[in-house]
Design a protein around this ligand. Structure first.
Ligand code: GDP
Length: 289
């Protein structure tokens, strides 16, 4: 876990290590500010993080400041991930096209399967034929069930049929894909609201979790996307993808602070196994080298 994250945030860590090779040595606030901004942490956030520190900052002082940021603001105290008892547990997965939504659904499927759970997928992105085909391929590869229709059909109907089928088959998890054409925001928002209502009709209380997939290489634009999805439907958990190929991990801080939604997993590759649980402790440690 640490080594994977280290790779992810490699440049930031290298820079910190270069400038402060020993734990006892200090780094100037100005340089630290530059490093954190380069790692894509928002300027205002860097300022408020560094504000209480002196002109020369030791690794220890920075570590305390970062932990205070998470803990002092009671990030995880107040926004703990939801515990879900429902069976099937019905998950709606949202995110803009290209964020890694389909791959993440496959990763979640694989994760649940490794926990001994059964999974049924719903190909709810009926807007793109490629999305349906891609999800079918993953279902085949992972030996998971899938409910789908033709391109252009009503995504709510797919969600409904998937849930009814999941209940009948007594599966543990139902994961429903959704469209991600954010350039047509009003339509997408209405569609998502309708899908969520339909889930509740098919199985009272569903969807039990609404997950948002964000591209970790997008930095601050991911935060704007997150706001839109959060305002539309409410987001219970975030999954950040593509953290194997970027040093822009600082955006994670902004997402946590702005939305107050837990980051549940991070994607670190293109394979079904490349999903790891997000740990704030590990993240802070990694950022500090
Ligand atoms: P969607 O349009 O949101 O469904 O996105 P896809 O799941 O099709 O992913 C878009 C591209 O990103 C594909 O080439 C994926 O293989 C790739 N991808 C997804 N997640 C990750 C990740 O965590 N790391 C890397 N390196 N690539 C990823």
């Amino acid at each position: 876990m640490i080594s994977l994250l280290k790779k992810t945030l490699g440049k930031t860590i290298e820079a910190i290590e270069l400038l402060a090779p020993k734990r006892a040595s200090k780094i100037s606030k100005e340089l630290l500010e530059e490093i954190l901004i380069t790692s894509d942490m928002e300027y205002e956030l860097v300022e408020s993080l560094l504000e209480p520190l002196g002109e020369e900052v030791s690794q220890r002082e920075l570590e305390v400041a970062l932990h205070r940021f998470f803990r002092g603001e009671s990030y995880y105290d107040r926004i703990a991930p939801k515990r879900i008892e429902a069976r099937p547990c019905i998950t709606l997965v949202m995110g803009v096209n290209g964020a890694g939504k389909t791959t993440t659904i496959a990763k979640l499927t694989s994760l649940y399967q490794r926990e001994g759970k059964s999974v049924l997928l719903g190909a709810g992105d009926t807007f793109r034929a490629a999305a349906i085909e891609q999800l079918k391929l993953w279902a085949e590869r992972l030996n998971a069930g899938i409910v789908y229709t033709q391109q252009g059909h009503d995504p709510s109907a797919v969600a409904y049929d998937t849930i009814i089928s999941g209940v009948a088959r007594k599966v543990d998890h139902v994961i429903i894909d959704t469209a991600g054409r954010l350039h047509n925001q009003t339509n997408l928002k209405n569609e998502l609201i309708k899908i969520a209502k339909t889930c509740d009709k098919a199985f009272s209380g569903a969807p039990h979790q609404k997950l948002l997939v964000l591209d970790g290489t997008q930095g601050s634009s991911a935060i704007d996307q997150a706001k839109i999805f959060h305002e539309t439907l409410g987001v219970d958990g975030i999954i950040i993808t593509k953290l194997d190929g970027t040093s822009k991990g600082g955006a994670l801080f902004s997402i946590m602070q702005r939305l107050r939604v837990p980051i549940l997993y991070i994607g670190v590759g293109e394979r079904a196994e490349d999903l790891i649980p997000f740990s704030e402790e590990e993240y802070v440690k990694t950022l500090l080298g």
